[in-house]
Design a protein. Structure first.
Ligand SMILES: NC(=O)c1ccc[n+]([C@@H]2O[C@H](COP(=O)([O-])OP(=O)(O)OC[C@H]3O[C@@H](n4cnc5c(N)ncnc54)[C@H](OP(=O)(O)O)[C@@H]3O)[C@@H](O)[C@H]2O)c1
Length: 303
């Protein structure tokens, strides 16, 4: 099968297309013929070697962790799925014609959910749901989200607003209007961000969800009146500051989460920004685009 791999850490140009063996399955896994694989910031962090101290990899690495596609084969113990089912979810080695997923890591894709939208939901949607859950938000509270225009942030804003939470969202000047359309009060990120937030929330905020990882935790702690209700998904300074860093894991990757996200898109309460599409062979360009920022919507590889 065609797959994108890298044999060493480095810049995006270490990615290249290979003819790789089709993966074999463990009893609880399914093989998915990939239609779309999303490119995530994590893929860049792993490929660059920035996470070498935290995540052990075996070269060659086939990147990618979320897909939409069709079930192509079932592990010996998998029940409730059939070859040919249209699914979406978390997978390993997603930048390839075939990727492996836990049977519990994918869910049926409803007809009303386009595959290209489904492929953009698992990683960002689960992270947004988890971040909000950890903060134990109640209707009427005020939440500050750093990185409100990004893939995770856009979902977190919409889910929080739907629960009756007032959201202040940091974003670039360019994305301010988009953040307002999602239902949040936009504030421009960068120097002076906390003064601008204070103009909207003079008494501070109830909670902060940091998805930008841009060094804003100390100011966030001050604004929230302590570390208790500050959660980051992206800032490694969290531990030294006493803030919760949530990275999630397999236990969080459930069909229930996928169904909840799919339902929200289908009923119109969750809107996902259109993705940029590139062919598999342009995976290096796709990762470079994600690293560069300055865009809305995910970057997808089309198989
Ligand atoms: N821990 C977890 O479970 C988990 C799960 C998913 C993602 N993540 C992490 O969360 C981060 C965001 O992921 P994503 O998929 O949402 O990425 P994304 O779509 O690229 O969004 C990142 C957003 O942050 C904005 N941003 C940049 N600098 C900022 C600043 N100083 N203040 C506020 N916003 C700023 C970017 O704006 P510009 O376009 O203007 O640069 C962009 O809109 C990544 O670090 C990713 O690895 C963690």
């Amino acid at each position: 099968m065609r797959a994108v791999q890298y044999d060493t850490y480095g810049e995006p140009d270490v990615l290249h297309v290979v003819d790789a063996p089709t993966p074999t399955l463990k009893p609880n896994e399914v093989l998915v013929a990939v239609q779309f694989a999303a490119v995530n910031p994590f893929d860049n962090k792993l490929r660059s070697g920035a996470m070498a101290g935290m995540v052990k990899v075996t070269f060659p690495v086939t990147p990618g962790s979320e897909i939409a596609g069709r079930v192509a084969a079932l592990g010996s113990e998998v029940q409730g799925s059939a070859v040919g089912d249209e699914v979406f979810g978390w997978a390993t080695g997603a930048y390839a014609e075939f990727a492996v997923a836990l049977a519990t890591g994918v869910a049926p894709r409803p007809d009303a959910l386009p595959a290209e939208v489904a492929a953009a939901l698992p990683v960002a949607g689960e992270a947004a749901l988890r971040g909000l859950r950890l903060l134990e938000l109640r209707a009427g509270e005020t939440l500050l989200i750093h990185g409100a225009a990004g893939a995770v942030g856009s979902i977190a804003v919409q889910l929080a607003v739907a629960r009756g939470i007032t959201v202040i969202g940091t974003a670039s000047e360019r994305d301010a209007e988009a953040v307002r359309e999602l239902g949040a009060h936009p504030v421009r990120y960068g120097d002076g961000v906390f003064e601008r937030v204070r103009e909207l929330a003079p008494d501070g905020v109830d909670a902060v969800l940091d998805i930008a990882g841009a060094g804003d935790l100390p100011g966030s702690i001050e604004l929230a009146g302590g570390t208790e209700r500050v959660v980051t998904l992206a800032d490694s300074a969290a531990t030294s500051l006493g803030v919760t860093f949530s990275s999630g894991g397999r236990k969080d990757q459930t069909p229930d989460v996928l169904r909840q996200l799919a339902d929200a898109v289908v009923d119109g309460s969750l809107v996902i920004a259109p993705a940029r599409h590139l062919p598999l062979a342009d995976a290096a360009e796709a990762q470079a685009l994600v690293a560069a920022g300055g865009r809305r919507g995910k970057v997808l590889l089309d198989l």
